[in-house]
Write a protein that binds this ligand. Structure first.
Ligand code: HEM
Length: 446
């Protein structure tokens, strides 16, 4: 027998999941406790858990019981069947091992200056006194950074074209109803799914062109694509173009929209907390004085404790992805229930991050919670966990801190009037502040 859950028709539950996901999770947790089930259109009943014990159980698995690739299937139309997100078993681990290194350590730090430059370019477009939506700007920054990281494409027409096509695809994909399987009907070039499919095909054509060009010139650059082109499996086989297409698209999509949204939340909470932006600026000025260079370097920005704490606390309160999912490969006991094979089980990041036992006054934004403290991976997991934990975690945090520090160093921002209470708005699988966060530039500091 499955656990209980809200007795809503699945269409109603799906509409709530699209428009008010946090409210649905909270109300169900209050009413049923852990675990509860959600019935969404096109999916078998989903079992939701969030206590550290159950989350630990899921994340400790080696993939033989809890399969993530099977849960992520609804993303296949965008990122492809051969994406690391879609794979399970040894094939998943092989791809994962290949993709991890460029997003860590010294390799990752080489992109610090590109992150600063992309942030400066965005800030330079802002005008004092103007009210604007922040998300398109954070998205522009993170997209430029990931295109540079993955393709090694510096500013120029090819870089611009790649960004343009990617934005178009994501714009079309961000319409939440497209997450529902039966909305995915290609009824010609004007239907939402038809438009999306054509944009993906156009993006692919450009990507394949880029691959052909790379193979033709044998150009070797300091980027992820060069690494993937050189990679060989145990039998000495290179990745096919179709495999490369899926992995590259995965990195482009997973590697920028999430970070942009997390950044938008971090700015939202900073501006809503009296005096916090000033404290960050003081931290930055102090670091600059100590360095004696008069400039904030990327490496230094990434080490600022308060900036780090703001980024983490924003992802605690508003995880951009509220759940991570698995499908049972075989029957298993979860949260006291014997569940049959093929049951989807999700760990709710949102509910875990709001447990009063772990986070007193959990609804308040208190970055100090993270100052000098490290939380367990089953209590804090905005990047998921176990063998599926986000491969871009270090990269995303590094980027968030650099961009956040630079924005707060260079600009004096305020939330737009009457925007103190902000609702959540879904963009495909990510949840961003309503209207992408309307803010006003009060003063340019530098
Ligand atoms: C704030 C930014 C980000 C957030 C909140 C985030 C969140 C997540 C989450 C929740 C998962 C699922 C983990 C699981 O199932 O346990 C994931 C997986 C993944 N993310 Fe991220 N991510 C971010 C940035 C990035 C970046 C920058 C990249 C690429 C450079 C990236 C690439 C991936 C990939 C490839 C996976 C699949 C891993 C696997 O299945 O083994 N993400 N991410």
């Amino acid at each position: 027998m499955l656990p209980a859950g809200p007795p809503l028709p699945s269409l109603v539950a799906t509409a709530l999941w699209m428009r008010r996901p946090f409210e649905l999770l909270e109300a169900s947790a209050r009413r049923y406790g852990e675990p509860f089930t959600m019935g969404l259109v096109g999916f078998p009943k989903i079992v939701v858990v969030w206590s550290p014990e159950e989350v630990k159980h899921v994340f400790a698995d080696d993939g033989t019981t809890f399969a993530a690739g099977r849960f992520n299937r609804s993303l296949a139309a965008l990122i492809g069947e051969r994406s690391v997100l879609m794979l399970d078993g040894p094939e998943h681990l092989r791809q994962r091992r290949l993709l991890l290194p460029p997003f860590h350590g010294e390799r990752m730090q080489r992109y610090g200056d590109a992150m600063l430059a992309a942030t400066d370019a965005a800030i330079d477009r802002w005008k004092v006194g103007e009210t604007f939506s922040l998300h398109p700007h954070t998205q522009d920054i993170t997209l430029r950074v990931i295109v540079r990281t993955v393709f090694g494409l510096a500013e120029g027409p090819r870089h611009e074209e790649m960004c343009r096509r990617m934005k178009r695809i994501l714009e079309l994909a961000s319409w939440p109803p497209l997450l529902v399987p039966f909305m995915r009907k290609d009824l010609g070039p004007w239907s939402p799914w038809g438009k999306f499919r054509r944009a993906v095909a156009e993006g692919d054509a450009y990507l394949y062109e880029e691959l052909r060009e790379r193979r033709r010139t044998g150009e070797r650059q300091d980027d992820v694509l060069s690494l993937l082109l050189e990679a060989r499996d145990e039998e000495g086989r290179a990745m096919t173009d179709a495999e490369l297409r899926d992995e590259l698209t995965t990195l482009l999509v997973a590697g920028h929209e999430t970070t942009a949204t997390a950044l938008t939340w971090a700015i939202r909470w900073t501006l809503a907390t009296p005096g916090l932006a000033l404290r960050v600026r003081a931290e930055i000025e102090d670091a600059k004085r100590k360095d004696g260079t008069g400039k904030l370097s990327a490496a230094r920005a990434a080490e600022l404790p308060l900036v780090d704490a703001i980024a983490r606390e924003a992802m605690r309160l508003n995880p951009v992805i509220p759940i991570v999912g698995r499908v049972l490969e075989r029957p298993a006991r979860v949260a006291g229930y014997d569940l049959p094979a093929n049951t989807p089980v999700v760990c709710s990041i949102y509910l875990a991050h709001r447990r009063e036992e772990v986070y007193p006054d959990a609804r308040r934004f208190v970055p100090e919670r993270f100052l000098g403290k490290k939380l367990s991976p089953s209590e804090y997991f905005p990047f998921g966990g176990g063998i599926r934990r986000c491969i871009g975690m270090a990269f995303a945090l590094y980027e968030m801190k650099i961009v956040l520090a630079r924005i707060l160093e260079r600009s004096d921002l305020a939330l737009a009037p009457r925007r103190e209470t902000i609702r959540v708005q879904r963009r495909s699988v990510t949840l961003m502040p309503e209207d992408g966060l309307l803010i006003r530039l009060e003063r340019a500091v530098a």
